[in-house]
Design a binder for this molecule. Structure first.
Ligand code: NI
Length: 206
């Protein structure tokens, strides 16, 4: 396991369409996910896609800390989730606007409009295929991370360009609450199947 450098907007890998993972159960995919968890934990954020550490494959990880849960239907805390070859489709035509931030655009936030409910199909590291409906903030984070797999960064989803702003300035101005530290590894430790898979691949979570 290793903390990897996070690519920033402008790097060509972030603008390309990532390739499907041929075998989600391969040890190399588990090792990639281990590096993504290490990198996410080091920076203290809620989601990352493989292209952001320079690997153009369709893999994302994310979790939903309790303090990010809103009153919207479907908003619940989520332990660390791995999606391999995810596909999503909107359910209904409801959309809503909220803040987006991205490790590849450090320090910035912008208001984007995203689908309220989506149907999400993905594989996990054991090769199991799941299909579920997700909504609210969960749906937003999945849409953000899956956009990375198609070379899309959130500024192209911004509806009001004047909303793009630095987090520190907005906190200073009282327009955004102070940041709450998050701990991705603590959320990963609540996923026994994920822990077993990383251990089998020789990259146990430490
Ligand atoms: Ni991002």
């Amino acid at each position: 396991m290793a903390i990897r450098p996070i690519l920033r907007a402008g790097h060509p890998v972030l603008a390309q369409v990532a390739a499907p993972v041929p075998d989600p159960t391969a040890d190399s995919v588990a090792r990639l996910v281990a590096d993504m968890i290490d990198t996410l934990d080091d920076i203290g954020a809620a989601g990352i896609a493989a292209p952001q550490i320079g690997v153009p494959l369709r893999v994302v990880i994310y979790f939903m800390p309790a303090h990010r849960v809103t009153a919207r239907p479907g908003d619940d805390p989520i332990d660390l989730t791995v999606l391999v070859n995810p596909e999503l489709q909107p359910v209904g035509d409801g959309r809503y606007e909220d803040w987006d931030g991205c490790l590849s655009l450090p320090g910035l936030r912008g208001r984007t409009t995203r689908w309220e409910r989506i149907r999400l199909v993905a594989h996990d590291l054991d090769g199991a295929r799941s299909e579920r409906i997700v909504a609210g903030s969960h749906a937003r984070i999945v849409q953000h991370e899956c956009d990375h797999l198609d070379g899309v960064l959130y500024p192209s989803r911004i509806t009001d360009p004047t909303s793009l702003a630095y987090v520190e300035e907005m906190i200073e101005a009282g327009r955004m609450p102070p940041k709450v530290p998050v701990h991705p590894k603590a959320h990963a430790r609540k996923q026994p199947a994920l822990l077993r898979r990383l251990e089998r691949a020789g990259v146990p979570l430490v």
